[in-house]
Structures are given as structure tokens and as C-alpha cells.
Design a protein around this ligand. Structure first.
Ligand code: C5P
Length: 230
């Protein structure tokens, strides 16, 4: 087993699609803000050393949490895109986190991540030099035209959905995110930045109920899943 890892939690999205002016990470899930469920689950994990939560500049909802499960919870300011926020979080990590150290990145909006999936990602990902949780695509994938009709069926073989956490070395991930940013490419996850930099992140199959809460329906589903995904 590795030593405990720091986790960067991007939470700087405005995410107001669900309704109202409050970003989705602060909307109530089972009576408490969504983000608190995610942070508590991460902090309770024996292999997590501390959390770096990346907040939006207009955030007036952050409860000011400084420790969870006896572990430090630090905050920093995010950027325009998720990848900018993750890079800001990596830069703000304490100096004890070396460039060689592996760091987890986990979306604030994924409260149902399972302890055993985090443990498997860490165990297998460290051996592989970095990796991510995901699951093979099970539905048939269609290419839509501007007319709203299906024009082509994409091959499903070798296609995976990418989840978080994703885990990479602090230095390599920071360099990959910076390179993408300088090239004007908005990467949609850490693995995409690493792929651009020539790495091949390990795909670690995780539970598909590690959903990213986005819509009102997702809130109801996450409330159902929370006690069942411990
Ligand atoms: O918008 P989406 O659900 O894809 O965002 C995934 C995660 O990234 C969320 O936790 C969101 O708060 C975060 N994010 C961020 N900075 C941004 C955009 C999104 O930290 N600029």
C-alpha cells in the first residue's frame, strides 16, 4: 500500500442547470450540501491525506470547513474551465506533496464514489504510472446530425466512459495540463491531458453508480445511492 495521497476536488463550476442561482455542489442532497457528502467520503478514506478544494471566485456558499476525519481541508481559487481549476488546485498543494507524488483528482459532483474503487485505483494506478476510474460503454452510441436524427452508429468496442477519481503524479499532471492550456486545448479530464503528453493512463473499471450529479433526476438517484455505495 502507498502512503496517503492528497486529493484535489474541483468545485468551481457554476453548475446552475439544476435550477436557481445556487451552484449544484451546494444544493441539498439528503439534507446537506452535495459537496459535503463527497468531501466526507474522500476524507474518510484511509489512503487520503488531505483535500484541496477548488472554489469559484464568486463562491459565497463554502462552509469554511478546515478539517474532516482529522485531515486538512484547504481551499484555493479555480478558473474558467474545469482543467484550469484542477491546475490551480495542483499548484496550491502543500510543498510536502512532491512532484513525484501521486495525487487524486475527484469531482465535487460525484458523491457516490465507493471506498473500494478508490483503493483499487490507487493500488493498480500506482503500478501503471497513473490511471482513472471508468467503465466500458454498454449502450449503442449514435452520431447525431444538426437535424436531431441519427446518421451513424459509432463502434462500441474499446470505448470507455471516464469517471473520477483520476490519479497521476503531481509534476507530470501539472505539466500536461499547462501544455494543453498553452496549446489552447480545453481538456475535459486529466487523462486527456496525459494522453496528449504521450502517456497511456490505466483504465480501472469502477462501479457505474459513481454518477456525476448534474440534473434534478440525478439528485434523486444520488440520494437513493448514497447509503448503498458505502
Ligand atoms: O460541469 P461539470 O459537472 O462537468 O464539472 C465537473 C466538476 O468540475 C464539478 O465538481 C465542478 O464544480 C468542477 N468545475 C470547476 N471549475 C470549472 C468548471 C467545473 O472546478 N471552471
Amino acid at each position: 500500500m502507498s502512503g496517503p495521497l492528497w486529493c484535489v476536488v474541483p468545485a468551481a463550476g457554476r453548475g446552475t442547470r439544476v435550477g436557481g442561482d445556487i451552484p449544484k455542489q451546494y444544493l441539498p442532497l439528503a439534507g446537506r450540501p452535495l459537496i459535503l457528502h463527497t468531501l466526507e467520503r474522500l476524507a474518510a478514506h484511509p489512503q487520503v491525506a488531505g483535500l484541496m478544494v477548488v472554489l469559484g471566485s464568486a463562491d459565497d456558499q463554502w462552509p469554511g470547513t478546515t478539517t474532516l476525519s482529522g485531515k486538512p481541508v484547504l481551499t484555493c481559487l479555480g478558473g474558467t474551465e474545469r482543467c484550469d481549476s484542477v491546475l490551480a488546485g495542483l499548484r496550491a498543494l502543500p510543498p510536502e506533496v512532491t512532484d513525484e507524488a501521486f495525487v487524486l483528482v475527484h469531482d465535487a459532483a460525484r458523491p457516490c464514489v465507493r471506498e473500494r474503487d478508490i483503493a483499487r485505483l490507487i493500488e493498480l494506478g500506482i503500478l501503471a504510472g497513473g490511471g482513472l476510474l471508468g467503465a466500458p460503454l454498454r449502450d449503442t452510441l449514435k452520431r447525431a446530425g444538426g437535424d436531431g436524427r441519427s446518421h451513424e452508429t459509432e463502434p462500441r468496442d474499446h470505448r470507455w466512459r471516464a469517471f473520477t477519481p483520476q490519479m497521476f503524479r503531481r509534476g507530470e499532471l501539472s505539466a500536461a495540463l499547462l501544455a494543453a492550456s498553452l496549446a489552447g486545448v480545453t481538456v475535459s479530464d486529466e487523462a486527456m491531458a496525459m494522453e496528449r503528453a504521450g502517456f497511456a493512463p490505466l483504465l480501472v473499471e469502477g462501479a457505474e453508480d459513481n454518477i456525476k450529479v448534474t440534473t434534478a433526476t440525478d439528485f434523486a438517484l444520488a440520494e437513493f445511492l448514497l447509503p448503498r455505495t458505502k
